[in-house]
Design a protein. Structure first.
Ligand code: HOZ
Length: 429
């Protein structure tokens, strides 16, 4: 396997960008080795600068659901670009995407487009604080809501991957109003509300955790959050940046039948272009400037290319496609399960729809404590053994694998064969 060109690009990149990347996990520090540099992507396959091809389970961290370079999406972006790449003024494309999202998620009565998931969660929290007149928020250990100061407390994703306490540069005052509970522990949330209920503006949660690997909500957990927030006059915010339009057309809220007050979206709704959105109840969204006094703005918000790409994707996401995706992922799940069983390797596979994680551990993974106790060195060995066999997994044990609608049975079977061989190679001794 030739890696000369990627290695050279990595050398160059490190001179100009920290660790040669624009987002930490991409640098492979959690698994070791040198990241490859992507030359192109089509369907389920990435091609690197040396011409190596990989079946892709990163899928732009979930943003790519139809597969890379889907012709309808590429045409939509091309057509939009010909009409101008950014206006800083309203345009019909924003309305079309907003209508499509609100039709699919009826509890989203109004929304505001932003440029990333980080902006969406940051703005939703500001709105919740303004609506309730309360300062505190509750978040969960191992949930990651982007890199806003007040949300970097016991965060998942890169923060957890590198075992960072949180982040340098965040004064303690910034997180003084952030209360943290263990994920899936409803009684811990009750206790926080008993202590400070009249100070809590909102509970923000990944309804399916995807940033400590995939951890599904325990039965009744989301319902309990709905109930406790209502009882105390606080808001419930679902961070569905990963799960929105991915775990079902109605995201996790639809899948589990729990309606939040506010929702944060990103990834899939931008069709692979930078986008985010926050939305929900009309009375809350009417507090956003210029209707209300909650200030939030952005030059590239509602960008015409991102709107066009997102709309093209959402219009193609019909029930038949979700059913097929579910079948593919169930097939992948059972083949991976069979491989770990045959290899006699202790492992637990968590899956919700097209998000899954293989944890090398004896115990079921239900929260950050159990996720952080898994064998990450084993994961790193499997990661590299898979890479050598042409399969690209997320370069961290604490991230989700994403499957797209372009993954065929052949890709899945090939992945399973590579996984079985990778396990044989990775088991010590
Ligand atoms: N922390 C992001 C996934 N949970 C990774 C984003 C990226 O590297 O693109």
């Amino acid at each position: 396997m030739h890696t000369k060109h990627s290695e050279h690009l990595y050398e160059r990149a490190q001179q100009f960008m920290p660790a040669g990347v624009n987002s930490p996990v991409r640098a492979f520090r959690a698994v070791g080795g040198t990241p490859f540099y992507v030359a192109s992507a089509k369907g389920a396959v990435l091609t690197d600068a040396d011409g190596n091809r990989y079946v892709d389970y990163v899928c732009s961290w979930g943003a790519i659901i139809l597969g890379h370079s889907h012709p309808t999406v590429v045409d939509a972006i091309r057509a939009a670009a010909a009409r101008g790449t950014s206006y800083g003024a309203p345009h019909e494309g924003e309305i079309l995407l907003a209508e499509e999202i609100c039709r699919a998620l009826p509890w989203v009565e109004m929304l505001r487009f932003v440029n990333s998931g980080t902006e969406a969660t940051m703005s939703a929290v500001r709105l919740a604080r303004a609506a309730t007149g309360r300062p505190k928020i509750v978040k969960f250990e191992g949930n990651y809501h982007g890199h806003a100061d007040h949300l970097l407390a016991k965060a998942g994703s890169g923060v957890a991957t590198f075992s960072l306490p949180d982040s340098a540069g965040v004064p303690a005052e910034m997180t003084q109003h952030t209360l943290v509970a263990p994920y899936n522990h409803a009684e811990a949330v009750e206790a926080l509300f008993r202590e400070a209920g009249d100070q809590i503006a909102a509970v923000i949660v990944e309804p399916v955790a995807g940033n400590m690997g995939v951890v599904p909500p325990a039965p009744g957990f989301l319902q309990s959050l709905r109930e406790v927030t209502r009882r105390h006059g606080a808001l419930l915010i679902f961070d569905e940046v990963m799960t929105g339009f991915r775990v079902s057309r109605q995201g996790a809220a639809g899948l589990y039948g729990v309606t939040p007050d506010l929702i944060c979206l990103g990834k899939v709704i931008g069709g692979g272009l930078p986008v985010g959105a926050y939305g929900g109840r009309r009375d809350l969204m009417q507090l956003v400037a210029p209707l209300g006094s909650v200030y939030q703005a952005g030059t590239l918000s509602g960008n015409p290319l991102a709107m066009a790409a997102g709309l093209a994707v959402l219009r193609l996401l019909d029930d038949a496609r979700y059913t097929q995706l579910e079948e593919r992922c169930a097939q992948l799940h059972s083949l991976l399960q069979e491989a770990v069983y045959r290899a006699g390797v202790p492992a637990h596979i968590n899956r919700v729809g097209s998000m899954l994680s293989v944890f090398f551990t004896e115990c079921p993974v239900t929260d950050s404590e159990t996720a952080f106790r898994t064998d990450r060195q084993m994961f790193s060995r499997v990661f590299h053994a898979m890479l050598r066999r042409g399969v690209f997994l997320p370069p961290s044990a604490l991230e989700a694998w994403f499957v797209s609608m372009a993954h065929t049975e052949t890709h899945i079977e090939r992945t399973a064969r590579a996984f079985a061989a990778a396990l044989r190679e990775a088991v010590p001794g």
